[in-house]
Design a protein. Structure first.
Ligand SMILES: Cc1cc2nc3c(=O)[nH]c(=O)nc-3n(C[C@H](O)[C@H](O)[C@H](O)COP(=O)(O)O)c2cc1C
Length: 157
């Protein structure tokens, strides 16, 4: 990709979310920014996930994922979802099982749970399009976005 394009992409803004997933007793959480509402009726949300993510495998198997909107002051909270060990990621945060079985985080502004409706692979990320089956707003606050984060996700790998 041309260097100039990278700079341009770096000037776009994104929400930054915690995406959780599960399959049977396996659970995981990852940071995700390529996320968007794509339909109102039915209510559809798209999450673009690289095939080499552990989360990708879990979403494929369970057909579900959950997205959490976090507060702009929760930068430290995001670090829980960075390490390579999926068990460690959720071990130190409070969560419960949602309708879909996905972990629902306690410390967030809002969450929504989706059942995967269609899957598309137009490029190097898989687009999981999910229908919202549960959603709850838990707290008021300013949602975390790329404005609150140093660096931007370019999706190279
Ligand atoms: C700000 C930020 C945004 C990210 N957005 C995405 C995304 O939209 N899709 C994706 O596949 N990876 C994204 N990532 C990378 C994943 O969070 C990272 O590879 C994570 O370790 C995957 O976890 P897993 O392999 O346990 O599923 C992002 C990372 C950061 C720091």
């Amino acid at each position: 990709m041309q260097e100039g394009w990278k700079k341009t992409l770096g000037q776009m803004t994104y929400g930054i979310y915690v995406l959780t997933s599960h399959y049977e007793d396996e659970i995981n959480g990852m940071i995700a920014s390529w996320v968007s509402q794509i339909s109102y009726e039915p209510l559809l949300i798209m999450a673009a996930v690289h095939p080499n993510r552990y989360s990708h495998r879990l979403i494929e198997k369970s057909g579900s994922f959950a997205l959490h909107v976090i507060d702009s002051r929760q930068k430290d909270f995001l670090t829980h979802f960075k390490g390579p060990d999926p068990k460690a990621k959720l071990a130190s945060v409070r969560w419960k099982r949602g309708h879909t079985g996905c972990p629902i985080l306690h410390d967030c502004l809002a969450y929504l749970e989706c059942r995967v409706k269609t899957v598309h692979t137009p490029g190097n990320h898989t687009l999981f399009i999910g229908e919202v089956v549960a959603a709850e707003s838990l707290n008021e606050g300013r949602p975390f976005s790329s404005v609150d984060y140093d660096g931007i996700y370019l999706g190279q790998k």
